[in-house]
Design a protein around this ligand. Structure first.
Ligand SMILES: [Fe+2]
Ligand SMILES: [Fe+2]
Length: 424
């Protein structure tokens, strides 16, 4: 009979707790607390616990043995040893498996939870990582979940985490951040102009919500910082749609006109299948232009509520532009040829929209009227000049961002001018 000295080893008594009632938790934690290289003694008295322990160890990849019996007293044994002849309590001895044994043998390593850690965000995230937390070990046999955007180079933005954190801190509650209890003193025609501009903006916000939302469902969750930044961008747009709609209703009215040209311009954004090209058209060119429009309203809208709405929305949009820019700067670094494809996308969009009116006349006139504040020749002349100035600022802004993306001055000027007349 082999005799094995086990009494000085760490020991756990699972008492009457069975493996069908959670005994494995005690054993697992005791194993985790073992000093390197040591084994664990387990004893218990639940009916059938030995067989259950054997099953559990096999699945977990631990080696289980049943040292026949402890040494009798006086033969080198320490405290707690028993004589062979006494009725023994069965004692199991578990030699822990390694991380590579048992059911985790072929588990996949999925980078690192921490973005900045060595090997944090990896260049490719395979389908078999599925929905696992980045950094988790994924059991072999987990289902493949295919994400179309699964390569860092095609979606990443270096400051996605910072922009997400900024966005979380900058979220505003429309109820608390805005004073809805406002009395309008402006003329009804200016109120109608506000209603028209807000109607147009809701339509644009719908596109600005849907474009990132569609890509969001295609991005591998490994790239969670980018996923989060896009998700909160979508939430921003939902809030914009809400407040613009509430502003329309506060004047007592209904939304005004939606034009074929405006919708055609926005549809061309929805139809763009490439993440980078869509981000370029939507965020860098469209939302960038929209920031100017919102700043115009923040300066010239007739009531403090509308001015405050525009100010808050402009701040959100500036973040959306920053995310788009960050992604494009990253991607252009990897793939300078993308610059040519971006230029062609602007040209193609311009050509496809050439037959449409672009910005609807109603919106243009509404902006003039908002800039004017009243219907007198002098006021309209002043409103008209303000809108001309707005257009120049919009074009300059696009030009500057195109330069930052590495387009030369002539090309930046040309592409800025080819941007849709719908602004977005
Ligand atoms: Fe928005
Ligand atoms: Fe936006």
């Amino acid at each position: 009979m082999t005799r094995v000295e086990t009494s000085s080893l760490p020991t756990i008594d699972i008492e009457a707790l069975g493996f069908d009632a959670g005994a494995h938790l005690l054993v697992r934690h005791a194993l985790a607390a073992l000093p390197e290289g040591e084994s664990l003694r387990v004893t218990g008295r639940a009916p059938g616990w030995q067989a259950q322990l054997a099953d559990w160890c096999r699945v977990q990849g631990h080696t289980l043995s049943w040292p026949s019996l402890p040494l009798p007293l006086g033969e080198g044994g320490g405290e707690g040893t028993q004589a062979v002849d006494e009725a023994p309590t069965p004692i199991a001895l578990i030699a822990p498996g390694t991380a590579e044994s048992g059911r985790w043998r072929d588990a996949a390593h999925t980078g690192h939870a921490d973005l900045r850690a060595e090997g944090g965000v990896l260049p490719h995230a395979p389908a078999h990582w599925g929905l696992a937390a980045r950094g988790a070990r994924v059991e072999a046999g987990s289902p493949d979940i295919a994400f179309r955007l699964d390569r860092k180079e095609e979606l990443w933005a270096e400051n996605a985490a910072e922009l997400y954190a900024q966005a979380v801190g900058a979220q505003w509650d429309p109820e608390a951040a805005l004073d809805w209890d406002v009395t309008f003193t402006h003329p009804p025609e200016v109120e109608a102009a506000i209603r028209q501009v807000m109607t147009y903006m809701v339509e644009n916000e719908n596109a600005a919500l849907l474009v990132p939302a569609r890509f969001l469902g295609q991005i591998h969750p490994h790239y969670r910082e980018l996923q989060a930044a896009l998700a909160i961008q979508v939430a921003d747009e939902a809030r914009h749609i809400e407040v613009f709609t509430r502003r329309i209703r506060l004047g007592g009215g209904e939304p005004a006109l939606s034009t074929a040209g405006g919708q055609a311009s926005l549809k061309s954004l929805l139809d763009e299948p490439d993440f980078s090209v869509a981000g370029f058209l939507l965020s860098v060119l469209g939302e960038g232009t929209f920031v100017n429009l919102l700043q115009f309203l923040a300066a010239h809208a007739p009531d403090p509520l509308t001015r405050q709405i525009a100010k808050l929305a402009a701040r959100d949009e500036a973040r959306h532009v920053a995310l788009g820019m960050s992604h494009l700067l990253y991607r252009l670094q990897q793939d300078p040829a993308l610059r040519g494809r971006l230029a062609r996308a602007v040209e193609a969009r311009h050509d496809s929209l050439a037959g449409t009116a672009g910005l609807n006349e109603e919106v243009f006139d509404a902006l003039v009227l908002i800039g004017a504040g009243e219907l007198t020749p002098q006021a309209v002349a002043s409103g008209f000049a303000k809108v001309q100035q707005l257009m120049r600022e919009m074009a300059d802004g696009r030009f500057t961002r195109l330069l930052r993306l590495g387009f030369d001055r002539t090309e930046a000027e040309r592409l800025s001018a080819l941007h849709t007349r719908n602004f977005m």
